[in-house]
Design a protein around this ligand. Structure first.
Ligand SMILES: Nc1nc2c(c(=O)[nH]1)N[C@H]1C(S)=C(S)[C@@H](COP(=O)(O)O)O[C@H]1N2
Ligand SMILES: [Mo]
Length: 528
């Protein structure tokens, strides 16, 4: 057999061993009902935690909310390359392939152990997977070697006819053995993999609970949204963002699946009384409904990591008051079940006229799983990374000196008040419009201060005041528009907003890190 074909089949044995390793590991993780112990997710999450902030920004700016898909495609390619190399190593220089595979297993065990909430048993899926992979790799490499040796020319043919007959039989026998092993193992891996998927029905179960959940009526309902708050302009961002298209940003590769009936929130730290509250108890409290525009600090100028929803929840200040924060405390560290944390100023959460909520509802529905089911935080006026903890399980009253939220040691500011910003939705950049009256329109926000003014500039012209739609409240974005008598040619349109009090956006571009982008959003359009 020629060398290239041998190399190809050696690579296939490596890939098969990798598939078996992952299938067995996933099956163990699913069976143990500890999704966090899955090697693929653990390694992926470790990558997310370890890569420098600029890489993460680059990935988010390149792929936006497709960042996780990009990560998994990258991981998949990495696994493929490793598998091919391991297969070739084991064939050419046994047992180096087995050693390499065991090393990958060790890395996976370390990654799993570094996950929030990891227990000693969490190493099991990686170990079982690698063990199965090693067995498969050794067996397939041996069978491949038998086959290749059988095809080698026989040095001294004594009785030519008989010898070549025997040799031919041996070739077909060894070939068959190799392929039976390959096919059988592949089929087994598929069955195990599908089984793991079926076992992983936890998500499905939570969906059933979520679908059956009837949210309580708010005691303090959100005021009816004024009709004049929503403009009828094609292409403008809807005033309320739909749940299924609401932007999603988090470090969770696998959405945490929480059983609401066992969910608890603990309030600990510098408090007079520690509090523990379950989901039913929370739902029984008087609920407040409030619209808030949520915003990611990673949003580029003109970006879409911002959305507006009507949240239903219980005011955090009420729970904090019940716990009784002690003197000297200035921060509340909220923790998600997956280990994510956010540090929010205590005084902000205690403000009487700021609706900081432990939210259970989003636009009239229970929180979608990806947006924090069963409970998350929403704080008007702060970027999500310092306030909007999803899948929340604890609030620790503490100090900025003693504790840090997830993103702070990774190059982001400890404090994250939202900056005044505005975006042109229509006309979209790079499009062409016909000459005549064109609506320039979009949204502007300055959460918890309110938008005072929006102005538009075409080319080098003067700033012209846009018409603002009515506000829902100071905590939400406002739609705006300006009719423009568009002359033909290419034009650049810029927008700037002024948040109260008198805080006009600046032209100078500032990157998203460490505390939010700045600069005017501009679009270029051709008028025909
Ligand atoms: N558990 C958890 N909560 C989290 C995050 C996270 O990574 N994990 N990311 C925060 C960030 S950076 C933002 S911008 C908001 C986004 O909320 P959304 O996905 O519901 O839009 O969630 C916040 N809450
Ligand atoms: Mo964010």
């Amino acid at each position: 057999m020629n060398r290239r074909r041998v190399t190809l089949w050696a690579a296939v044995t490596g890939v098969l061993a990798a598939v078996v390793t992952l299938a067995v590991a996933e099956a163990f993780a699913a069976f143990m009902a500890t999704p966090g112990s899955s090697p693929l997710f653990a390694v992926g999450s470790a990558v997310v935690d370890l890569v420098p902030a600029w890489v993460k920004e680059l990935v988010i700016s390149l792929f936006g909310t497709g960042d996780k898909v990009a990560l998994f495609v990258g991981l998949g390619l990495l696994v493929l390359v490793l598998a091919v190399v391991i297969g070739m190593l084991q064939y050419r220089r046994p047992p180096t392939g087995l050693i390499a595979l065991a090393t990958v297993g060790l890395v996976s065990v370390i990654a799993v152990a570094s996950r929030a909430g990891a227990g000693p048993l969490w190493a099991l899926p990686s170990l079982a997977g690698v063990f199965a992979g090693i067995l498969v790799l050794r067996a397939t490499a041996t069978k491949l070697r038998d086959w290749v040796e059988a095809t080698a020319p026989v040095p001294v043919p004594i009785t030519p006819g008989l010898q070549s007959n025997r040799a031919a039989t041996r070739v077909s026998l060894t070939r068959r053995r190799f392929f039976v092993l390959l096919g059988g193992t592949a089929a087994g891996a598929v069955v195990i993999g599908l089984g793991a998927r079926a076992l992983n029905a936890g998500t499905a179960a939570v969906n059933v609970v979520r679908d059956a959940l009837v949210l309580p009526k708010p005691t303090t309902a959100a005021p009816a949204i004024p009709v004049a708050a929503e403009l009828d302009i094609p292409g403008i961002s809807p005033l309320i963002s739909a749940n299924d298209t609401f932007y999603r940003i988090d470090t969770a590769l696998q959405v945490p699946v929480i059983d609401a009936s066992t969910w608890k929130l603990r309030i600990t730290g510098m408090v007079d009384n520690e509090i523990e509250i379950g989901f039913d108890e929370l739902l029984a409290l008087p609920m407040t409904e409030h619209s808030v525009t949520l915003m990611c600090v990673s949003n580029e100028v003109g970006g879409d990591l911002v959305g507006n929803a009507t949240w239903l929840g219980y005011p955090i200040r009420e729970l904090l008051k019940r716990a009784g924060p002690q003197a000297g405390a200035d921060m509340v560290l909220s923790t998600s079940i997956d280990g994510f944390t956010a540090g929010t100023p205590l005084d902000v959460l205690l403000e009487d006229d700021r609706q900081s909520l432990l939210a259970v509802g989003m636009n009239g529905e229970p929180l979608p799983i990806e947006h924090g089911f069963p409970v998350r935080m929403v704080v008007p006026g702060l970027y999500g990374y310092v306030s909007a903890t999803k899948w929340i399980v604890s609030l620790k009253v503490t100090t900025f000196a003693a504790d840090m939220g997830y993103w702070t040691p990774r190059g982001w500011s400890a404090l994250g008040p939202v900056k005044t910003a505005s975006r042109i939705d229509v006309p979209a950049s790079g499009t062409s419009v016909s000459a005549g009256t064109v609506a320039i329109a979009g949204v502007a926000w300055a959460q918890h201060r309110g938008v005072e003014r929006v102005e538009v500039r075409v080319d080098d012209g003067a700033w012209q005041p846009a018409t603002l739609a009515e506000a829902i409240s100071i905590d939400t974005w406002r739609q705006w528009f300006l009719p423009w008598d568009a002359p033909s040619g290419s034009h650049t349109i810029a927008v700037r907003a002024t948040g109260a009090p008198n805080d006009t956006q600046r032209e100078n571009r500032v990157p998203v890190a460490p505390n939010g982008s700045e600069g005017y959003h501009t679009v270029t359009v051709t008028v025909a």
